[in-house]
Every structure is written in structure tokens, then in C-alpha cells.
Design a protein around this ligand. Structure first.
Ligand code: ADP
Ligand code: FBP
Ligand code: MG
Length: 483
């Protein structure tokens, strides 16, 4: 490895460059701002469960590359520090006082992450003092805390929601850090989406400014899958699976009536991943509408023309719409929630009225439209088996990183390997469906819906999003144009 350069010392902690264009985008460490910190052997080396592993500890130089599809002459690109247990840790079990907070909207798997942080800290590192912060960020200074033990959290993964509560708004940095300091908390686990991680980033900066030996570990949460860099967010698979039940119901309703139309609204404020994957998984969906792909109703190539064609061909159809789709054509809503997120209009309700109006009143055509809004039902379910395993890995990676003194970062899988990623990398942009990528083309091919785009729109779209070297899920469809 070569020189260590700092782009913007306020925000960017460390970049380490190496040969062949190798770049490590490193995360902060407690030793960056507190000199001469003592270290201790990792207690895992004496743990019978882990002692059998051939090479349990992660090599300090291990990194995970962001770009895995490369060409002969292309630079090696960005890397992140590999997550996992280190041989030496910066905290002794008896001195650790950990806390966990969950913020933002619900997401399947929140309780599993809480459970695994508590059990992981306890069983792997012998940590017994763990507090749940009640009701999101404001809980630090205005609510009681909830003592968490393996017994308390034992079966919470079977329940939806979060046992410690959540909220939007209420982020007061100095009050939060005062509270962390007053309570003697030194490991802070913050589970939440882009808004939460922005909040975590300023908490970390304030902790650093005060010179506190407190590690801040973010765990990315978003049912919408709109967090960049990581392969996917926990709860997303569960949401796609749960959405199948609503789509199946819409299909059953639509096939049972003359000109039946099943309309299902799914979550996705700015990103249509749930709608896209639920559509691809179902194969009963004839049209999927997402925020990234503007659509129109009237005229050639419009939605009404397509609905009429499908009803004539098939006698029924299913439409899936993401809640953030079509917001540009709905009456503007100026409202914002407590966190500053724009409040959306009910596009499903609006679209069902528009369709009914168009066919029944204008065309005197009988249609039977059933509108299903399962959004909050989907968000409230417990996580499925694969999300449970994923949540365990996330929690463990976060624990190992914090115990090893890494701070000011989130943990998450990058191309299948868990890594520590600086906060700003996941808060500066949102992950969105790229409609000029192969995954969206697969969807269009499977539904046969119009793309609602002119040749000129497509050319413009291709220009905007090039180049996109990173990837998501099965290798495609991630808007990471910055990297
Ligand atoms: N820019 C920001 N700086 C500090 N805190 C923020 C910021 N944006 C959001 N937050 C806080 O993060 C929490 C969750 O944010 P929200 O946008 O509701 O959910 P999510 O984290 O899921 O995106 C809220 O308590 C909010 O006050
Ligand atoms: O919980 P609320 O305030 O009704 O917000 C609903 C929003 O929450 C989400 O489920 C997820 O948003 P967050 O990631 O910000 O929590 C969105 O899909 C949806 O638009
Ligand atoms: Mg958000």
C-alpha cells in the first residue's frame, strides 16, 4: 500500500492508495483521535464454538472490492475494509456499556438484528450491560431505556416491528451525545436508513470532537432497498415474498370477474425495487409502475391503451404500482414528515379512480377493479429465514468492528462479503432502479408492458446514468454513478 491521503478531513476519514489503481476507502478508528489506547486479546480465541475455525480472525489488511466485473486494463478501484473479528480488541467486556437504537420506518428483521446484537455481545464478548433506547433518537434524552439481555430478546425475531420502538424526527445531536456521555455508554449501535445514518454520522463527529472512547456502529435498514453500495438491505427479501400474497389475491380477484383488474400498491418511496422484484417473482403481473420510470395514461403507448389491449387479449390483468410512482402527475403535496421526508399522495387510490373513470364513464366498458394496499401489512411481518441469517451476519459484523475500535461506519455486504463502509458513502445518494439496465429490461420483457419512453428519452436516460461500474443483487441494477 502507498500513501495515505485525506480528501476532506471533515467528512472523508481516510483513503489509502496502492498499486494498479487500488483505493481503500477506509473507516475511522478510535485510535485516530485517541492516542495510546490499550488493546486486549479477543476473547473469541477461547470460545469453544469459534476455536475450531481454521482462520477465524480477519487479516487486518483484508479488503473487499466494490467493482468485481473488471477488464484487462481497468483500475482495481474502490475497496472497503473487510468486516469480521480482529485478533486484538479495544474494549474489555466488563468495561463495555452498549446501547441499541432503531429509527425511521419499520422493516422486517429489526428485532432479529436487536436479538443478534444482544446475544452476540453476550456470548462472543461476554458483554452484559446493553440498553435499548426507547423510541428512536429522541429516546436518548426523553424516554426511559430498556435493559436487554439474551433472555429478554430470546424470541423477538419471531415478531414484526421493533421491541425498542422507533420514530421519525427528534435528532438533537448534543442532547444525544450528552446522554451517551452521562450514561457511560461506549458502544452505540444505530439501526436505520439513510436519514438515520446521516444522524449517526453527526453523532460520531460530535463524539470525536469531544474525544470520547465511544464506537458508533451503523446497521443499514430500509425496506425500500434504497441504500447504495451494499448488495441489498435486510427485510427486502421478506417484503418481496410477502408482496406475493397480495399479488396472488389481486390475480385471483381479476381472473374471477369480467374484465377484472387487480391493482396492488407496494412500498418504495423513491426506489421501485420491491415492485420490480415482486413483479418478476410473481409472473402474474401485467404492468409494474415505479418511481424511476415515469408513465402516462392517455394516448398511444399510454397505460389506458395497454390496459384495453390486455383486457381484450386476456380478459383480466394485474398492475403493481410502487407508492412513489407517478407522484409527478398527482396534485403536489407540500407536507413533510418529522424527519423531513416528503409525504406521498396515495397513487394507488388515484390510479384506480382514473382507470374506473376512463373505462366505465368514458368508454362505457364494464371493468371490475379491486385495489389492494398491503403496504403496512408487509412492513409489519417478521423477517423470513434468509433475512434472519442475513441479520445475524450484520449484527455480528457490527459487533466485531465496534469491539475492534472501528467507528463512524456502517456494516453491510459488498459483492457477498461483509465490509465496513464510511457513513457518507451510503448517505450521499440513494440506490435506485436503473431503467436502462438489464433487470428492468427483463421486467419489461416478462410483463410486455410499454416502456412509456420515446427513443429520445431512452438516449437521454442512457447518457445520464453512464458509467455505472457497481452492481446490485444478482449483478445488476444499481445506480452508483458516482463511483
Ligand atoms: N440529515 C439528518 N441529520 C440528522 N438526523 C437526521 C437527518 N435526517 C434524518 N435524521 C434522523 O434520522 C431518523 C430517521 O430518519 P428517517 O428519514 O425518518 O428514516 P430512515 O433512517 O429510515 O431514512 C430521524 O430521527 C431523523 O430525525
Ligand atoms: O412510516 P411512515 O412514516 O408511514 O412512512 C412510510 C415510508 O416508510 C418506508 O416504508 C420506508 O422508509 P424509511 O426507510 O425512511 O423508513 C417507505 O417505503 C414509506 O414511504
Ligand atoms: Mg429514508
Amino acid at each position: 500500500m502507498g500513501d495515505s491521503t485525506t480528501e476532506n478531513p471533515e467528512i472523508h476519514p481516510k483513503f489509502v492508495t496502492g498499486e494498479a489503481g487500488y483505493i481503500l476507502e477506509d473507516v475511522p478508528h478510535l485510535s485516530d483521535y485517541i492516542p495510546n489506547l490499550p488493546t486486549y486479546p479477543n476473547p473469541l480465541q477461547d470460545n469453544p464454538a469459534y476455536a475450531v475455525v481454521k482462520q477465524y480472525f480477519v487479516n487486518v489488511d483484508d479488503t473487499v472490492c466494490q467493482k468485481i466485473v473488471v477488464h484487462k486494463d481497468s483500475p482495481r478501484g474502490k475497496h472497503f475494509r473487510r468486516a469480521g473479528p480482529r485478533q486484538r480488541v479495544y474494549f474489555e467486556a466488563d468495561d463495555v456499556h452498549a446501547c441499541i437504537v432503531t429509527c425511521g420506518g419499520l422493516c422486517p428483521g429489526l428485532n432479529t438484528v436487536i436479538r443478534e446484537i444482544v446475544c452476540g455481545l453476550y456470548h462472543m464478548y461476554g458483554v452484559t450491560k446493553i440498553l435499548g433506547i426507547d423510541g428512536g433518537y429522541r429516546g436518548f434524552y426523553s424516554r426511559n431505556t430498556i435493559p436487554l439481555t439474551p433472555k429478554v430478546v430470546n424470541d423477538i425475531h419471531k415478531r414484526g416491528g421493533t421491541i425498542i420502538g422507533t420514530s421519525r424526527g427528534g435528532h438533537d445531536t448534543s442532547k444525544i451525545v450528552d446522554n451517551i456521555q452521562d450514561r457511560g455508554i461506549n458502544l452505540v449501535f444505530i439501526i436505520g436508513g439513510d436519514g438515520t445514518q446521516k444522524g449517526a454520522s453527526v453523532i460520531f463527529e460530535e463524539i470525536k470532537r469531544r474525544g470520547l472512547k465511544v464506537a458508533v456502529a451503523g446497521i443499514p435498514k430500509t425496506i425500500d432497498n434504497d441504500i447504495p453500495v451494499i448488495d441489498k438491505s435486510f427485510g427486502f427479501d421478506t417484503a418481496v415474498e410477502e408482496a406475493q400474497r397480495a399479488i396472488n389475491a389481486a390475480h385471483v380477484e381479476s381472473v374471477s370477474q369480467e374484465n377484472g383488474i387487480g391493482l396492488v400498491k407496494l412500498m418504495g418511496r423513491d426506489s421501485g425495487f420491491i415492485a420490480m422484484y415482486a413483479t418478476l417473482a410473481s409472473r402474474d403481473v401485467d404492468c409494474c409502475l415505479i418511481p424511476e420510470s415515469p408513465f402516462y395514461l392517455e394516448g398511444p403507448g399510454g397505460l389506458f391503451e395497454y390496459i384495453e389491449k390486455r383486457l381484450k387479449e386476456n380478459g383480466h390483468m394485474v398492475i403493481v404500482i410502487a407508492e412513489g410512482a407517478g407522484q409527478d402527475v398527482l396534485a403536489k403535496c407540500m407536507e413533510h414528515d418529522a424527519s423531513g421526508n416528503k409525504v406521498l399522495q396515495d397513487v394507488g387510490h388515484w390510479l384506480s379512480h382514473k382507470i374506473k373513470d376512463h373505462f366505465t364513464k368514458k368508454h362505457k366498458m364494464t371493468i371490475n377493479l379491486k385495489y389492494i394496499d398491503p403496504t403496512y401489512m408487509i412492513r409489519a411481518v417478521p423477517s423470513n429465514a434468509s433475512d434472519n441469517v442475513y441479520c445475524t451476519l450484520l449484527a455480528h459484523s457490527a459487533i466485531h468492528g465496534a469491539m475492534a475500535g472501528y467507528t463512524g461506519c456502517i456494516t453491510g455486504p459488498v459483492n457477498g462479503r461483509h465490509a465496513y463502509i464510511p457513513f457518507q458513502r451510503v448517505t450521499e445518494i440513494q440506490n435506485k432502479v436503473v431503467i436502462t439496465d438489464r433487470m428492468w429490461a427483463r421486467l419489461l420483457a416478462s410483463t410486455n408492458q410499454p416502456s412509456f419512453m420515446s427513443t429520445q428519452d431512452i438516449t437521454e436516460e442512457k447518457k445520464v446514468e453512464e458509467p455505472r461500474p457497481t452492481q446490485l443483487l444478482e449483478g445488476e441494477n444499481c445506480q452508483d454513478s458516482k463511483y
